[in-house]
Design a protein around this ligand. Sequence first.
Ligand SMILES: *Cc1c(COP(=O)(O)O)cnc(C)c1O
Length: 225
Amino acid sequence: MSDISQKHTDVLEALAAASKRGKQTELPTLVAVSKVQPDGRIADMLATGQRVYGENRVQEAQTRWGETFADHRAAGLELRLIGPLQTNKAADAIALFDVIETVDREKLLKALVKAVGDDGTMPRLYVQVNTGEEEQKSGVLPADLPAFLKVMRETYGLEPEGLMCIPPADEAASPHFWLLSNLAEDNGVKGLSMGMSGDFEIATEMGATSVRVGSALFGARDYKA
Ligand SMILES: *Cc1c(COP(=O)(O)O)cnc(C)c1O
């Protein structure tokens, strides 16, 4: 077994155990966050049969999944954008991603609808919520979420598959997961994308429907390489 294969098995087992503790009827979707990881690790992960991948940057994802691993992509992987999206990249993002998890402003909704046009397919969408109300972080503020969802649904005709959050790095994550799941319930949204390497088990116990796991699956990211 490769090191990556072992990590993948370990994470899946932890996910299944947490899902059971949380009395979930369905296992959350495991999104393998492949940003910055070297090709060798990605190839090992693909060999495990892992089918859902998350990326932070449109351009990096285009190189990885549109060129290096284009054959795998064509064979039906699911790709998710989990980093901020600029409006001028909306068309590129629609062409590449099956899911965009970082919808957070009306300008972006407008750009997405325009880029899809009349006959394109809109990716499945998540609304990112800035649960920690951090100045530097993107996401809709919790208090603004009902109005944002109303505009998304009524003005743009788009139904979100879920809500997504990235808790502040220096705080316990569970109050943020709690807040996100309450916001989802209050606003009639089903999906919850929450939990990363350090806290995907807690997130799963609290009802996550998808978890975004990078370093626990691939090993640490080397930003200098
Ligand atoms: C990088 C990233 C992750 C994965 O982080 P790990 O701690 O390596 O699991 C998850 N979600 C988002 C939005 C990220 O940017």
